[in-house]
Write a protein that binds this ligand. Structure first.
Ligand code: ZN
Ligand code: ZN
Ligand code: FE
Length: 768
């Protein structure tokens, strides 16, 4: 005879709208427990009664077997007096359960069960492009209001047929309460457009699409969060045409393939990469490209990585399935790049897409389920055996990040490129999807809409606005404009990077050594910072050290044309930028005159301490890249050049001197590289020794700060740490030296993570 116990479990996280209560009901029956389950404001409350062993098994399985889309954050336990009840019931929701805190799931890739049905000729959803269930399908991108039910999604225009309605109501059905439930009879349909000619019918549309792709044409395809531009990734001509029409000469395109086996034909994938690829968020995974693969050389020119992704929706799966009785072959790999015009937000509405993509795409595949929220693909890279986000978007937004402190309602507007916003209250920071570069009006409008949507989904009314300090950032201006009396807290760019890193790791406000190596951000002294050693936490920081400032001749243009920054670095190292060194090799006569004048009068150019720029400078010094067509292009090429040699050949050492004030002098490194170039040393060897010099520098800095101050860890943040080679080497060397090392695993190291840090700093500053 065992004694009976009663326990209340308060579960928070994403546990509403994901089939959690029916799951608890089944679990209680399986484990032989009595009690109840109901939705409450911030989650689900369960009361269970039975013997202790069963209670424990229940709790274990509650976590282990939770529905795919559920994200359990915390479980509060209270023991109660047993009541001797029998049976288990789902109770109706508490009146305040409409409060939406943390309850919106992200969009999720089609599950195996739905895929199996879609491919089963006897199933009533055979080849249905919108098959979905409680565990999979669109969520965030179709929500129009709360509480989350069919009426508040863009599915409200589709009246459920009798059979779908039955499945929806049946607690035993795997589509119980699946809001986007649909079938051929009642669901959305796809259509194919060429000019004004339109065709519908799933198989005809897909057959036409295959004809287009096989003919090398560019097809704009409406997906979960917006349009992609698709072409056959194995066809040189088609990919080159897409590059020409998109005015995108070099930036790599992502490639979609039907399955892991095909992914392995184009990229080397380890277990962690396969996990990322097949995970429910279905991100683009950056992996090492196989040489001599079937991919066109135009997919990622000059880049040994390839971004691979598996189909996130049934429609995308169908693109790779044979159409009965069709003549064109099925594609094996498709370029799938965001459907936008360079620099603008992604197109997600049909009319806008016809309008803006009309000069790029030859045809369109659309559907009549509206997208409420535009949402780009997420991008990850594996660094030291774990995922490091490069872009956190589809599949993650709007999942909140759990904060290690409790904040007043705050809106952080982010930075200027790769932007995201963050709305926070209490212990939650809701990071937006990727919004993009803020240089155009459409981007500011997208930011505005995103902020409004987050506010609506979370019922958070921001009382504080956090912005970057850069006087030229559009987001800063916008933040001040919308403040109307609310305090606006300006956060230094690199402090925000560091705070984001600490917040995602759940750290307290204690000082760490922040190695913040970045492109450029506005510094407290008016210089453009980016090679910073900051000692601090959320409330404040000391600028312990930094790269010595060097002129950035002409400002912005020297970022797009690294040869200009290289000439400035040569001048700072006392080297005449003469013709036997590569940086001037592509400069015109006029450009030479201009740069000479700028160098002789450095006071007229901004100064920068940026480590990102120094990577560009080295790329130009060794002659591999003088002008870039996408952000970080030169640094990416330098990394890959270094990776070819590193570990295979002994590299000559280079060293950065660090003086007593923490100033890091790049001049000796620049001078040594110039000498090696003149001697004709292999460029790959130089690239490798430069990487090792930066790693040595990081360890030296960390050791010195640890000797001088009480710090708990070393944090590596800023865009430069997207360099997997640098980051993994620095991590292992720091760990060997006994440091606790923090790198980004939740938000990007680039400016896509800034908003989280702005929330953290704003919170701690407004308290003090
Ligand atoms: Zn499913
Ligand atoms: Zn139906
Ligand atoms: Fe930055």
């Amino acid at each position: 005879m065992t004694t009976s116990m009663r326990r209340r479990l308060e579960v928070t996280g994403v546990v509403q709208g994901v089939g959690f209560r029916p799951f608890v009901h089944r679990l209680a029956r399986d484990t032989g427990l009595a009690g109840t389950v109901r939705n409450v404001a911030d989650g689900v409350t369960i009361e269970i009664e039975g013997d202790e062993r069963r209670l424990e098994r229940f709790e274990q399985r509650l976590i282990a077997d939770a529905p795919t889309l559920a994200r359990i954050e915390t479980i509060g336990r209270t023991d109660l007096a047993p009541r001797g009840v029998h049976g288990f019931r789902i109770e109706s929701s508490a009146p305040d359960s409409a409060s939406p805190v943390a309850s919106i799931p992200p969009d999720t890739a089609t599950c195996e069960s739905c895929l199996a049905e879609m491919r089963d000729p006897r199933d009533r959803r055979h080849r249905h492009p919108f098959i979905t269930c409680t565990d999979c399908g669109p969520r965030f991108t179709i929500i129009t209001a709360l509480p989350y039910d069919r009426r508040s999604t863009t599915m409200r225009d589709f009246a459920r047929c009798r059979r779908c309605a039955q499945e929806y109501r049946d607690p035993a059905d795997r589509r119980h309460h699946a809001q986007p439930i649909a079938c051929h009879e009642c669901g959305p349909t796809i259509a194919h457009w060429v000019d004004d000619r339109f065709t519908d019918g799933t198989d005809i549309v897909l057959a036409r699409t295959h004809d287009d792709l096989a003919g090398g044409r560019i097809v704009a395809i409406k997906g979960l969060g917006g349009f992609h531009l698709a072409v056959d990734a194995t066809c040189d001509e088609a990919v080159a045409r897409l590059r020409g029409r998109k005015h995108r000469p070099d930036k790599p395109f992502a490639v979609m393939v039907p399955d892991v086996a095909t992914a392995r034909q184009i990229a080397h994938l380890d277990g962690t990469e396969v996990d990322a690829l097949t995970g429910p968020a279905r991100p683009v995974v950056l992996a090492e490209r196989r040489t001599n693969s079937m991919l066109s050389r135009h997919v990622a020119p000059g880049n040994p990585l390839v971004g691979v992704m598996l189909p996130p929706t049934p429609l995308h799966h169908l693109l790779f399935d044979a159409v009965p009785n069709a003549r064109s072959p099925v594609p094996v790999a498709l370029v799938m790049t965001s459907g936008n015009v360079a620099g603008e937000p992604i197109c997600y509405q049909d009319d806008d897409a016809f309008d803006r993509l009309g000069t790029i795409a030859d045809s369109f595949v659309t559907h009549d389920r509206a997208i409420r929220v535009p949402c780009d693909d997420s991008v990850v890279r594996i660094v030291a055996n774990s995922e490091m986000p490069v872009r956190r978007s589809r599949g993650h937004a709007p999942l909140p990040i759990r904060l290690p402190f409790t904040v007043a309602p705050t809106l952080a507007v982010g930075g200027e490129i790769k932007n995201t916003a963050c709305l926070a209250r209490g212990r939650h920071g809701w990071m937006s999807q990727h919004i993009g570069d803020m240089g155009c009006l459409a981007s500011i409008e997208a930011l505005e809409e995103t902020a409004a949507l987050l506010a609506q989904l979370t019922s958070v009314d921001a009382e504080v606005i956090a912005v970057d300090r850069h006087p030229g950032y559009h987001t800063r201006r916008w933040g001040h404009q919308i403040a109307s009396g609310r305090p606006v807290i300006e956060v230094q760019h690199h402090h925000a990077h560091l705070a984001a890193l600490l917040a995602e790791h759940g750290l307290d406000d204690e000082p760490v050594t922040g190695i913040v190596f970045d492109g450029t951000g506005y510094g407290d002294d008016g210089d453009l910072w980016g090679g910073e050693v900051l000692v601090g936490g959320y409330s404040s920081f000391d600028r312990w050290g930094h790269l010595a400032p060097v002129a950035l001749p002409g400002g912005e243009i020297a970022i797009r044309e690294p040869w200009r920054a290289a000439v400035a670095h040569l001048a700072a190292a006392g080297i005449d930028p003469v013709d036997d060194l590569p940086p001037l090799e592509t400069a015109s006569a006029v450009e030479r005159t201009v740069i000479e004048r700028q160098i002789s009068d450095p006071g007229r150019s901004p100064r920068t301490t940026s480590m990102g720029r120094l990577f560009d400078v080295v790329a130009s010094l060794i002659g591999i890249r003088h002008r870039i067509s996408y952000e970080a292009q030169a640094a990416i090429e330098l990394e890959h050049l270094a990776a070819r040699t590193l570990g295979r050949v002994a590299v000559p050492p280079l060293q950065f001197p660090v003086d007593a004030t923490g100033t890091i002098d790049p001049a000796p490194v620049v001078a040594d590289i110039a000498r090696d170039v003149r001697r004709g040393i292999d460029t790959s060897l130089i690239a490798a020794s430069f990487h090792l010099a930066v790693v040595d520098l990081i360890v030296t800095l960390a050791d010195r700060v640890r000797n001088e101050r009480e710090v708990t860890a070393v944090g590596l943040t800023g865009g430069v740490f997207q360099n997997a080679l640098l980051t993994s080497l620095a991590m292992s060397r720091l760990q060997q030296a006994g440091h606790r090392v923090l790198v980004h695993r939740t938000v990007p190291a680039n400016d896509g993570g800034l908003a989280l840090g702005q929330v953290a700093v704003a919170h701690h500053r407004s308290r003090s």
